[in-house]
Design a binder for this molecule. Structure first.
Ligand SMILES: [Zn+2]
Length: 243
């Protein structure tokens, strides 16, 4: 027996190693167990990865939902804002229209069916100074209306205190601080202190005082008294009334 033959196993291992077969094959079942053990963490990693992915997906979905909700809320807010702006615009338009309507109705002409005769600041033999008002030629007894609401501050003969040239006259104080005056009247229908409305009948036109013929002498003043007149045609035009 040779020495070689006495160590067959050792020789076999050496031979196997020389043949390039791995240690694993030699150890058999034991090596498989090791492989399985090595595989387990991998499986767990996969599960964890799946779970993580699921969580990430859920999170992404949640974020997307939140973003969508935020966008919807934003859109809703924008819509509400637009609606509010439209409402404000509509209200402003309505207010402007109402103001225009109010303004148009707020001042009226003192008489109807007139012919404009002597204008404001016109010179002539009839007046000591320039003409302080606008004359409306109308038949005696024509209804005279308050050009705007206010309070009667003068009413009576002698121009209501302004002088005999005016004949029977009325002065009304308006809320905007101006005064309107009506002269040469045949009949006076209001007393000082009376509240009058726009267009209210206050007198009948006439030919009293220093008058060359039946007409209404009309003034706009900045005070109740003679000497503070404005151009009545210009004033009324600014209030939407064209004579
Ligand atoms: Zn006059």
């Amino acid at each position: 027996m040779s020495q070689r033959a006495q160590h067959p196993t050792r020789n076999a291992v050496v031979a196997l190693a020389a043949a390039g077969i791995g240690v694993t094959a030699v150890f058999g079942a034991g090596a498989s167990a090791v492989a399985a053990e090595a595989k387990a963490p991998l499986a767990m990693d996969t599960a964890a990865a799946v779970a993580a992915q699921a969580q990430a997906q859920a999170q992404a979905a949640q974020q997307a939902a939140a973003a969508k909700a935020a966008q919807a809320a934003k859109a809703k807010a924008a819509e509400a804002k637009a609606a509010k702006a439209a409402a404000v615009k509509a209200a402003a338009k309505k207010a402007a229209a109402a103001k225009k309507a109010t303004k148009a109705a707020a001042w009226v002409k003192p008489v109807a069916g007139y012919t404009l005769t002597a204008g404001y600041n016109q010179g002539g033999a009839m007046w000591t100074n320039k003409h302080s008002g606008q004359d409306f030629a109308v038949p005696v007894g024509t209804p005279v209306k308050a050009v705007h609401g206010g309070t009667v501050v003068k009413a009576g003969p002698n121009g209501g205190g302004d002088g005999p040239a005016y004949g029977n006259a009325i002065v009304i104080k308006h809320p905007n601080g101006t005064y309107s005056q009506y002269a040469h009247l045949s009949k006076i229908g209001v007393k000082p202190g009376a509240k009058v409305k726009t267009g209210q009948l206050i007198a009948k036109s006439g030919n009293t005082g220093n008058s060359s013929g039946p007409h209404l002498h009309f003034e706009i003043r900045t005070t109740p008294n003679y000497g503070s007149s404005l151009n009545p045609a210009t004033f009324l035009r600014a209030e939407g009334v064209v004579l």
